[in-house]
Design a protein around this ligand. Sequence first.
Ligand SMILES: [Zn+2]
Length: 288
Amino acid sequence: MFRKFEIVSTPNAAARGRADMFWKKNNKFLKAFKKFRKPERKLPGVFENARILDQQGLLKYFSLAGFEYGSWIDNNTRFEFLYGCVVSLLDLRDLTGIKSLGFGLYTIAFGARGKGGRGSAAAHFEPRRHAINLTKEYGLEALAHEYGHLLDHFFGCYIDQDKLSQYLSLGKLNGKISLRVNGLRKGTLRYLMQEVIKAIVFDSKGNVTPYYTRLTKEAKSEYFTASTELFARAFEQWVTYQLKKKGVVNKFLSQPKYEHWMYLSPAHFKKVSPKINALIKAMAVKAK
Ligand SMILES: [Zn+2]
């Protein structure tokens, strides 16, 4: 039974495999990778001595619906992907306090969906199929961002529903416009999400922040001011910040994938961060 799910029996990167090349691309990353690779990163309990990753066991452990791989992804690369995923999911679990990260509904796909190729997104979230899709080329850095979309979707679609949108943040709706929704009950998840977006769009005096102004001026597409994207990028920053506080570097989980100006400045992030804390805390309570 167990052997059925064996991927490969070594925890080392496959030489010149896709993931191996990715990790070797720059020294900075290699340094970070060393930090999360055995034996530097000790995996808790069930995984501690695992030389074989049991996929079925992992799905159950994280309440995920599935792992998917593109057919051209070789076994060693699959293993590397899965290993990075496990370490990252453990980090996410730790940071968010949400144990059943996949809520029994969501799938993580690696190089399995989407067109790929130049100019395509490194990753994307598919609400209809309940899937995070990480591409073969750059998807290794985008899990935190996509998990932000997953949280936005799960809690908006199943826990705090509203006919306006399946996303708590109101999804593709422009961040500033999304704030015009009134009458949200204080303390609800939609209210707490709105507080996050508000802190991104407006300063304490009610003026539009330089960050948001910059996005509307410089970003070529409205995609970047969509409320779900504002949240996902801020969540990405939040994950990196929380990991840093713990002395952990995990670039598989989160690595800025957009240009610098697309992210909150450190001073602005400090204002947004407590709002994300409040939202995540409330989500963790609801997830229990
Ligand atoms: Zn996104």
